[in-house]
Design a binder for this molecule. Structure first.
Ligand code: C2E
Ligand code: CA
Ligand code: CA
Length: 246
């Protein structure tokens, strides 16, 4: 893959935005969705792991993420049932002083309230330049966006990040969810994360739920929201609208 190919892919609308629904663990009602990008290359659906790292290196990720937000806003504008949608924020954005303005302009263009957009940042992105991350967090919060910490618990300084940055939503990484029905120690850890999150007034989302057992366990320990193949795979926005918002 080279720069030209990926630029053309975006221009030719081969870059697709998928949505994966999120459900309240208690009521099992739809409460949100995460946007995830795909590259439809002919008959092949290229996963983000095959092109996002390249785009992060070249900086082209900025255009991709902007396209994702714009596409999401375009669709949200038509939805009668308002649900929040999460977008992944590459660490590249933290270094771009105009990024927050772009976010604001985009939502304003489509008349979307900031509280319906959740900006997912990973710990690795934040830790890379903590001061820049703090500044970005302050600005987006001032505008009313929600901030989520993605892949929580996979890095080296997850807890220190929580102290320094105000986070609304904690996304508990799949690796913890995987262990939850077998491993006693894993159970203690995830229970503790959830109880801490509650005290810090953060909403908890468990990622990568694949079985009923996992869902039931997470419900008993008070996790708020579930996302994973057990409920639904990421799908094209039109399908998401048909299935959940019709
Ligand atoms: P992520 O943000 O942690 O996204 C969750 C990933 O877990 C998605 O992979 C999703 O399809 C997958 N997943 C969801 N439920 C399950 C499950 O039950 N089991 C398993 N095994 N996997 C599950 P995906 O779509 O391949 O995305 C991979 C990563 O690429 C994302 O991880 C995110 O870091 C990045 N990415 C995706 N879309 C974007 C984007 O628009 N912008 C940026 N900057 N990064 C993106
Ligand atoms: Ca994410
Ligand atoms: Ca994640």
């Amino acid at each position: 893959m080279n720069q030209k190919e990926i630029e053309q892919a975006l221009e030719n609308k081969e870059i697709k935005v998928y949505l994966q629904p999120q459900f309240d663990l208690n009521s099992e009602k739809l409460v949100g969705a995460e946007s995830l990008v795909r590259w439809q290359r002919g008959a092949i659906m290229v996963p983000p792991s095959s092109f996002i790292p390249f785009c992060e290196q070249t900086g082209f990720i900025t255009q991709i993420d902007q396209y994702v937000l714009e596409t999401v806003c375009q669709h949200m504008q038509k939805w009668k049932q308002k649900i929040p949608v999460a977008v992944n924020e590459s660490r590249r954005h933290l270094y771009n002083p105009h990024h927050v303005e772009e976010l604001e302009q985009t939502i304003r263009k489509y008349g979307i309230e900031a509280k319906y957009i959740e900006l997912e940042m990973t710990e690795t992105a934040i830790v890379h330049d903590i001061e820049a991350a703090k500044e970005a967090e302050r600005k987006v919060h001032a505008l009313g966006f929600k901030v989520a910490m993605d892949d929580f618990g996979t890095g080296y300084s997850s807890f220190s990040m929580l102290r320094q940055i105000e986070i609304d939503i904690l996304k508990i990484d799949k690796s913890f969810v995987d262990e939850v029905t077998q491993d006693k120690r894993g159970k203690i850890i995830i229970e503790t994360i959830i109880s801490m999150a509650k005290k810090l007034k953060m909403t908890t989302i468990a990622e990568g739920i694949e079985t009923k057992e996992q869902a039931e366990y997470l419900k008993t320990i008070g996790c708020d929201i579930a996302q994973g193949y057990y409920y639904a795979l990421p799908m094209a926005i039109e399908e998401f609208e048909r299935r959940y918002l019709a």
